[in-house]
Write a new protein. Structure first.
Lengths: 179, 276
């Protein structure tokens, strides 16, 4: 199934997502990686409202307020904060590599979307810079507020109902057998 | 050899490596996209190919992770190594950071303070090879963190099966490493030689012996696929380098490289430089 979503994202829209569906996003997207997540987890106030928000695991390459390249960074580094992020109202997490170890924190509330890693130039075509919050964290680690226009397709990789493409893909590994 | 030639050649190889992929790398991704039977996996591979086309036509870095500056220097035996060599390459990295531009990625490992220009203690990383001739060949291999973080070293027991170990570990890690990956394997040597062999194997790709082909099919059989989402294309290439090891040891190192296997070379001579 295909979903064209606009922020803020509601509970019903997230609930309709199933692993393997395609999603295009328009509206506000916030970048967050290691440093921003650490702030969130420590309970600090951050300057943006995350209710119904989309966060993007990304440290963009930006020059003069123009996004040149903005693909996803590895979500596994910040997966331990999933509960904190979802607790602040985030509905969609966009990244790469998955957060399977923390997938329970998404259940009934949020979904994880995969955007192809390394595709920074492609993503840049659909994203505009609105402003930089927390500039003291630098270009990669700062919290960029971006405006997305028909950005996708992303793959629903972990849905709010327990569906998880990464787990399915690694079944063969878990069974620990050779043919 | 003129200092300015080394600086300019360094800027040029970084600019080329960051905004395009070598033709053989593109071919491997195209072949994988054609073969792929999983529609989600195929969509990932097609997005990667489109991304490279956009980056090349617009002259922008194909990935926002423009990597750490790693270079292989092939220095001719008959060349007297100029005293400014390291410094000129660092100057080239600083200029490329400004001009390409590159994301400033290099930070102090303890304070996490960013040096701001991708240079500083230990960076750029220069790997030196002595070769016949009297020219200097500079190859840029910008190394992103996704695949570097998923790389590994293990001191196995000589009774273990190193190839089975590598296949399973690569499959397990490949989603994080932006699969389909290129796999540089170093087997044997010592604790530090094995990773050097693995890095060299990545630099020396392509080339595929029976053993390399068998390891490649074993990795792909497991089916973790592009970006770990499932599919036939988990790895696009394997190269194995070996060295003798102690009879009591079995060091195995794997240096992973994401699908964006970036590199570009230039040759600097006494009378100028040219991109290869």
């Amino acid at each position: 199934m295909e979903h064209r979503l606009k922020t803020p994202i509601g509970e019903k829209e997230v609930s309709a997502l199933r692993a393997g569906d395609l999603v295009w996003i328009s509206g506000k997207v916030y970048t967050a990686r290691d440093r921003v997540h650490a702030l969130l987890a420590s309970g600090e106030d951050i300057p943006v409202d995350l209710a119904g928000a989309v966060i993007y695991h990304c440290g963009p390459l930006i020059r003069d307020e123009t996004i040149l390249s903005a693909g996803p960074t590895t979500s596994g580094r910040v997966s331990r904060y999933t509960k904190d992020v979802v607790g602040r109202g985030v509905r969609l997490i966009v990244g790469k590599g998955g957060i399977s170890e923390e997938a329970e924190a998404l259940r009934g509330r949020a979904a994880y979307l995969a955007y192809p890693g390394g595709c920074g130039a492609l993503a840049a075509r659909h994203l505009l810079v609105k402003r930089l919050h927390l500039p003291e964290l630098g270009m990669a680690e700062g919290l960029w507020e971006l405006e997305a226009e028909g950005w996708g397709p992303m793959i629903v990789a972990i849905d709010p109902h327990g569906g998880d493409l990464y787990r399915e893909a690694s079944r063969c590994l878990m069974m620990d057998t050779k043919p | 050899m003129r200092r300015e030639d080394v600086v300019e050649a360094t800027v040029a190889v970084l600019a080329k490596a960051e905004t395009s992929l070598p033709p053989w790398v593109m071919e491997r991704i195209e072949e994988a996209a054609e073969r792929e039977t999983n529609p989600i996996a195929r969509s990932q591979l097609e997005a990667m190919l489109e991304n490279v086309r956009i980056a090349s036509s617009e002259g922008v870095p194909l990935c926002q992770d423009t990597g750490l500056p790693v270079f292989c220097l092939e220095i001719g035996w008959d060349l007297s190594i100029p005293p400014f060599l390291e410094e000129a390459i660092a100057e080239g990295v600083r200029r490329a950071t400004e001009e390409v531009p590159l994301r400033p990625n290099a930070v102090d490992p303890l304070t996490r303070k960013n040096s701001g220009d991708n240079t500083g203690p230990g960076m750029p990383d220069l790997i030196v090879d002595l070769v016949p001739g009297k020219s200097l060949r500079i190859t840029a291999f910008p190394k992103g963190a996704g695949s570097e973080n998923a790389s590994f070293l293990a001191m196995l027991n000589p009774a273990d099966d190193p190839l089975d170990f590598v296949a399973r570990e690569v499959a397990k890690r490949s989603g994080r490493a932006c699969a389909p990956v290129f796999v540089g394997v170093g087997i044997g040597g010592t604790f530090d030689l094995a990773p050097r062999l693995a890095k060299r194997a990545l630099f020396r790709m392509p080339g595929t012996s029976d053993l390399e082909t068998a390891l490649l099919s074993e990795i792909n059989r497991i089916g973790t696929g592009p970006m770990g989402l499932g599919g036939d294309s988990t790895a696009l290439g394997v190269r194995i380098e070996t060295a003798l090891c102690h009879t009591a040891s079995l060091p195995v190192a794997v240096n992973l490289q994401c699908w964006a296997n970036r590199s570009a070379s230039a040759t600097v001579r006494d009378d100028g430089w040219s991109i290869d």
